[in-house]
Design a protein around this ligand. Structure first.
Ligand SMILES: Nc1nc2c(ncn2[C@@H]2O[C@H](COP(=O)(O)OP(=O)(O)OP(=O)(O)O)[C@@H](O)[C@H]2O)c(=O)[nH]1
Length: 297
């Protein structure tokens, strides 16, 4: 069976149990935590890895509240993330019920095409007969792809939620080694953003097996983040497609990826892209290691 992977955004107003859910899902296997300040950008909440799949959970702080210019900016960041991920988990506190905070988030979700899964948390605090009317009430907020009642604290139904999520994962690589802590999680996300732009813009004329490696990433003294990335393809013809006429395709890939990266990092970005042919790169252990992939990919 092929490996599946993808990004899932978690949204919900403060205190609904986002961290509790992540701890429950990832438990001791918590792999990723960035130590950089996270005020204006998305962060990786955690990575859930199994033998045949990997889910990278993203926190999207901006969606929760809008009060200021900074809030607007954060909101834009969050919105672009919601468009990029495979699925959105919208957490609510079932014990508190539907309030203004949830309605605000639901409004933000209007126009979001990504499947949204309503996760009704804290059902351990709820009388069983109260659940159904609550589901009916929340269903009116958005056309949810699924509604899953859970208790993140107790752990009930969390596995069902993970099972449901598998459906939304496309074929993809294991982005993160399952046994390694990294303090540069953004690099993996950035590589994936670039890969996604290529697949989209070339209308999948190049195979999914292309890989992107971040060779260098550093912040200049003026705050601009300089990123150098290599796109690995298997054939010269693929290289030609990605570069395009007079470099037009590569330029467009770079332009689109840079917009997303700037949203992700909250900093101006200079993105340098190279295309290299690496025949059978998938079989080359060293390349795989350089790319941060697992040996048995
Ligand atoms: N009874 C019960 N309490 C829960 C459950 N999930 C979370 N809580 C409690 O709710 C409170 C908030 O949980 P957090 O996981 O910190 O919530 P959060 O959404 O990450 O909060 P922010 O970081 O403020 O956005 C904590 O006291 C948790 O113990 C649940 O399923 N049942």
């Amino acid at each position: 069976m092929s490996y599946k992977s993808g990004f899932v955004a978690i949204i919900g107003r403060p205190n609904v149990g986002k961290s509790t859910l992540m701890n429950q899902v990832i438990g001791q296997k918590i792999a990723i935590m960035s130590d950089k300040p996270q005020t204006t950008r998305n962060k990786i909440h955690g990575v859930y890895t199994t033998n045949d799949s990997q889910i990278v959970f993203l926190d999207t702080p901006g969606i929760h509240k809008r009060q200021s210019k900074l809030g607007d900016y954060m909101n834009q960041t969050a919105m672009s993330t919601l468009g990029e991920v495979e699925a959105v988990l919208f957490l609510i506190d079932a014990a508190e019920g539907l309030g203004g905070g949830d309605r605000f988030i639901a409004e933000q979700l209007q126009g979001v095409k990504t499947p949204v899964i309503l996760v009704m948390n804290k059902i351990d605090k709820l009388e069983p007969e109260a659940l159904l009317p609550l589901i009916t009430e929340y269903s009116k907020l958005h056309d949810f792809a699924e509604i899953v009642p859970i208790s993140a604290k107790v752990g009930s139904n969390v596995n069902t939620l993970l099972d449901q999520l598998q459906k939304y994962l496309p074929e993809g690589p294991q982005y993160y080694p399952d046994d390694q802590v990294t303090d540069h999680p953004e690099q993996f996300v950035i590589a994936e953003l670039i890969r996604e732009k290529i697949l989209h813009l070339t209308r999948e004329e190049v195979p999914h097996s292309i890989a992107v490696a971040i060779e260098d990433m550093r912040a200049e003294p003026n705050g601009v983040v300089h990123i150098s990335a290599v796109i690995f393809v298997e054939r010269d013809s693929q290289k030609g497609i990605i570069i395009g006429k007079q470099g037009a395709m590569l330029k467009e890939v770079g332009r689109r990826a840079r917009t997303d990266i700037e949203n992700l990092l909250g900093s101006k970005t200079f993105l340098e892209l190279w295309v290299k042919v690496k025949k059978d790169w998938r079989n080359q252990e060293r390349v795989l290691r350089d790319l941060g992939f697992h040996k048995d990919q």
